[in-house]
Ligand binder design. Structure first.
Ligand code: FAD
Length: 282
């Protein structure tokens, strides 16, 4: 759907058709609300939601009692269940986080193991038998010990996005593509300008991803509130070609202290990628 220049009024507008916007739209539509999803691109999931490692994280890293720890552990269980119910392609391959020195094993990997346990990820195992690690992944070398996380997996993110959209639409949500939110004003309702048309809405969900701060600034332009400063970081993927994957599990180093999970190997699991290949994420 492309919005035409006529007056619109809806109960809820979700800005952005990435994984967050589609999941929120699905939930709102299931409660019986009139939901309009506005997406500036020509199809859904064209930004971060289709340019990531597709990993279903177990919830190992986050501080205990933080929202990230709570929602990652709960969300992981819900995501596997959803994928089973909706036949979304998923592969619970597990993940090894490896330490390559005695010091990093003692000072980082062991604390990470305890962090995972505190977060309720009770099936993690600390592996110290290097022969056993070599049995699991023969191409790993210089590994002193590893943390084994069997609940980590890979989801076909494109399949997942389309499944969320199908659910939302089945409950009456409407998707408007090529429909960028250009401006906003708050009168007795919130009004969004989309493709030259003003839409009045009772509820707005800002799920604009990397542009969420700009959308928030539009919504709050007459107020003193300022969106939090964004700190961007970029990832690069390198694809192994002409050979089968050396690994059958995800392999990660210890997390990078500057932020991020470090250079890691991930397994393609996606209709758009070759399922048998390995990506190195930097
Ligand atoms: C390199 C990398 C690897 C990652 N790996 C993983 C991983 O393995 N596992 C994991 O769980 N997470 C991973 N993530 C994080 C995950 O991808 C993101 O958290 C998630 O995709 C964010 O989804 P989103 O819907 O918020 O944003 P997006 O997917 O960016 O969606 C936002 C949408 O809003 C639209 N939009 C923006 N402005 C407007 C506007 N004005 N009007 C209308 N539409 C607008 C955009 O076009 C876009 O479609 C990774 C992230 C990166 C960068």
């Amino acid at each position: 759907m492309i919005l035409k220049n006529t007056a619109h009024s809806v109960d809820a507008v979700v800005i952005g058709a990435g994984v967050i916007g589609l999941a929120v739209a699905r939930s709102l539509a299931k409660t019986g609300r009139d939901v309009l999803i506005v997406e500036r691109n020509a199809s859904i999931g064209q930004e971060t939601s289709s340019r990531n490692s597709q990993v279903i994280h177990a919830g190992l890293y986050y501080p205990q009692h933080s929202f990230k720890a709570k929602f990652c552990v709960e969300g992981r269980r819900m995501l596997y269940q959803y994928c089973r119910e909706r036949s979304v392609d998923v592969h619970q391959c597990g993940k090894l986080i490896v330490a390559t020195s005695e010091a990093s094993f003692r000072d980082k990997l062991v604390p990470l193991y305890h962090q995972a346990l505190r977060n309720g990820v009770t099936n993690v195992q600390l592996l110290t038998d290097t022969a056993h690690i070599a049995d699991l992944e023969p191409h790993l070398s210089h590994v002193i010990g590893a943390l084994w996380s069997p609940s980590t997996g890979i989801v076909d993110s494109h399949h997942f996005l389309y499944s969320l959209l199908a659910d939302a639409e089945a409950h009456g949500a409407t998707l408007a593509l090529q429909s960028a939110v250009e401006d906003a004003r708050i009168t007795n309702s919130v009004e969004l300008q989309v493709g030259g048309t003003w839409i009045a809405c009772r509820n707005v969900v800002n799920a604009a991803g990397l542009w969420a701060d700009r959308v928030a600034s539009m919504l709050h332009q007459n107020h003193f509130w300022r969106p939090p400063k964004q700190y961007y970081c970029k990832g690069n993927y390198f694809r192994l070609q002409g050979q089968t994957s050396p690994f059958s599990r995800l392999v990660y180093p210890l997390p990078d202290e500057r932020g991020g999970l470090g250079v890691h190997a991930t397994l393609g699991k996606c209709t758009h990628f070759d399922a048998s290949c390995t990506y190195i994420m930097q």
